[in-house]
Design a protein around this ligand. Structure first.
Ligand code: MN
Length: 496
């Protein structure tokens, strides 16, 4: 998931009013800023300086070039001087890549003793960016506005966060999701309009019969399978009572077949369902977990929206500390006080070991539902720390993303009999308010969970995608959130 070859184009707006001298200075300053941002560890794409834009034709040409450049994930736009915004209308109308409006200036401080009118005319972002802001507002364009000096770590951090969202968006445009079997019968929230999802997010969802997968599994030799089992032994802890050669071999063959199927088909995410496993010995457990750890997105029970979301979140999080996984709000500890209330997040099997606090154990247990043989799974607990859970639902006339900030905690007690990977968290602002808000907003039980990403990453992604975002954080008040839901519902109806 290397992102270094992806490019963020740094584009500066100006005009010819100022003459060649000041324009030369504008270019020099812009080059310095682009080079400085390019050197920042926190910006995970190459920042490419583009020649200063002074006419409508140049702007349109650049926007068209950006559209056609596969490696260009987005533009940073900045008006060093005044750049009359009528010049930007054609270009911004054509532009199909996301952009960030950077409101900065070359000098951090006022040069009190030397400032004169030449300096004033050269450093006009304070009003040049307002002119640009007007046209982007008038055109109702999706964008992120970042204000601050370009060397301020906070400014760099905000650009870096948005860059990750833009990387996720670029991934979404070409992502292929494989769907084995259909939806789990009668479940509503995992359904949705796949045609509309492709129109909005770019990704495709293709259905396959489980036989397509079992055919690929059958092509591996017993030697291949034993090598795969050996990798399990070498990588994880395996207690004697779980060292069941037959179960491990079945699981290993599933992983080999699934990995080959996904890789050969160019898929970045997949979904399956325990209700459709004809010809499979077990529900894929360890296979799904290990594939997620290698960057594949996954959603259980036919949940292609969450599968795609988990993949996009993994791309957004690439290189950051902390893991990203498919997750489900499973059961609660209400306790007696708000501070004590916790969510136990887990799934039947499929939690990604990138969120394991220690070395996972390989275990074999009955599944309890689905009627198949005991599946092999990795069991672990995730480390404490800040995280987000995110869900995308289809509201019929739009997609809505619901995001909750949470604090993962070390469980108060061990879970000696729980045979699945798990994570325990406090939801912000409290379980009582967060769960009510989530339910009012129609958020799913399935989520993308990340200890690498923040609300800001998800918010930036939602803005780029042009979808509704419902944020649930320490500031959330239920009565206000319910009004927000009502108003946004009205806004989307009027907007359509
Ligand atoms: Mn589920």
């Amino acid at each position: 998931m290397s992102t270094a070859h992806k490019e963020l184009w740094f584009c500066t707006g100006s005009q010819h009013l100022y003459g060649p001298g000041p324009l030369g200075q504008v270019a020099e300053n812009s080059q310095k800023i682009a080079a400085s941002l390019d050197g920042e560890q926190g910006i995970s794409a190459t920042v490419v300086f583009k020649p200063v834009l002074t006419t409508a034709d140049e702007i349109l040409k650049l926007c068209r070039e950006a559209n056609n450049a596969d490696n260009c994930i987005g533009l940073v736009l900045w008006m060093h001087t005044f750049s009359p915004a009528k010049m930007w209308i054609a270009g911004l109308t054509a532009l199909r890549k996301p952009f960030l409006h950077l409101h900065t200036q070359f000098n951090r401080d006022l040069p009190y003793s030397t400032i004169d009118m030449d300096f004033m005319n050269l450093n006009q972002a304070a009003h040049g960016d307002r002119e640009f802001g007007f046209i982007t507002a008038r055109m109702r364009l999706a964008r992120k506005v970042v204000v601050g000096h370009w060397q301020d770590p906070e400014t760099v951090h905000e650009i870096g966060t948005w860059t990750r969202a833009a990387l996720g968006w670029a991934e979404s445009q070409t992502l292929k999701v494989a769907r084995f079997g259909d939806n789990m019968r009668n479940v509503a929230v995992t359904e949705g309009d796949k045609v509309e999802a492709q129109r909005v997010f770019g990704y495709t969802v293709s259905g396959y019969g489980i036989g397509d997968l079992t055919d690929r599994m059958a092509q591996f030799s017993d030697t291949d399978v034993q090598q795969q089992v050996q990798e399990y032994r070498d990588t994880y802890s395996l207690a004697k009572e779980h060292d069941r050669a037959d179960s491990l071999a079945v699981a290993a063959r599933i992983e080999l077949g699934l990995r080959a199927f996904l890789t050969e088909g160019g898929f970045g995410a997949f979904t399956d369902t325990f209700e459709d496993l004809h010809g499979m010995g077990q529900l894929p457990g360890i296979a799904t977990q290990r594939l997620m750890a290698d960057g594949f997105g996954f959603g259980g029970e036919g949940d292609w929206k969450t599968a795609a979301l988990v993949r996009i979140m993994k791309v957004m999080a690439a290189g950051l500390p902390g893991g990203t996984s498919f997750m489900e709000d499973y059961t609660y500890h209400f306790g007696t006080t708000a501070a004590d209330a916790r969510v136990l997040g887990s799934h039947m099997l499929e939690i990604c070991p990138t969120i394991a606090a220690g070395k996972p154990t390989v275990e074999v247990h009955p599944l309890g539902i689905g009627g198949k043989a005991d599946p092999v799974r990795l069991v672990f607990t995730s480390p404490a720390g800040a995280a987000v859970v995110a869900s995308i639902v289809d509201m019929g006339n739009r997609f809505r993303m619901i995001v909750n900030e949470i604090d993962v905690v070390v469980p108060d007690q061990p879970f000696p009999k729980l045979p699945v990977a798990r994570t325990v968290w406090n939801a912000k602002p409290s379980l009582k308010i967060a769960a009510a808000a989530w339910i009012y907003a129609g958020g799913a039980h399935h989520t993308g969970f990340s200890q690498a990403l923040t609300m800001e990453h998800m918010e930036d992604f939602a803005e780029i995608a042009g979808i509704e975002l419902v944020r649930i954080d320490s500031e959330t008040r239920l009565e206000q959130l319910r009004r927000e839901l009502l108003w946004s519902d009205a806004a989307y109806r009027i907007g359509k």
